[in-house]
Design a protein around this ligand. Sequence first.
Ligand code: SF4
Length: 120
Amino acid sequence: MDLFEKLTILSDAAKYDASCSSSGSSRSNKGGMGNGHLSGICHSWSEDGRCISLLKILMTNRCVFDCEYCLNRRSNQVPRASFTPEEVVDLTLEFYRRNYIEGLFYLLVSILLLMKPVKG
Ligand code: SF4
C-alpha cells in the first residue's frame, strides 16, 4: 500500500473525532487551496484569532476491540492501514514545506490498544 492510500484511509478515519468538523469534509473548491476533503486538513484557532491548518490523521485504524459506535471497530469491514513514525514525520514536513499545514493533529488512541501486555 502506498503512502497516498494510507493517507486517504487514515485521514478519513480521523474525521470522526469531534475536535474538528472540517477534516474529511465534502468541502471542495475545484482544485485550488482550502480543500479539506482528501488530505485530512482540519482547522483550529490560535490565541490571537488566526485560523491555522493542521494535518489530522490516525496512526492506525487497526483495533482489537469492537466498540459498537466506532468506525474502527474490529468487526467493521473498512480498509485498514498504519503509518510508520517515519512516514508521519515525512508527510508532516512535506506538507509544512508546501505551506499546506502549520501543524499536526495526531491521534494515538488506537495504537495504544495494539500494545501487548508486558510480562513480568
Ligand atoms: S477501542 Fe477505541 S478505536 Fe477501538 S473500537 Fe473501541 S472506540 Fe474504536
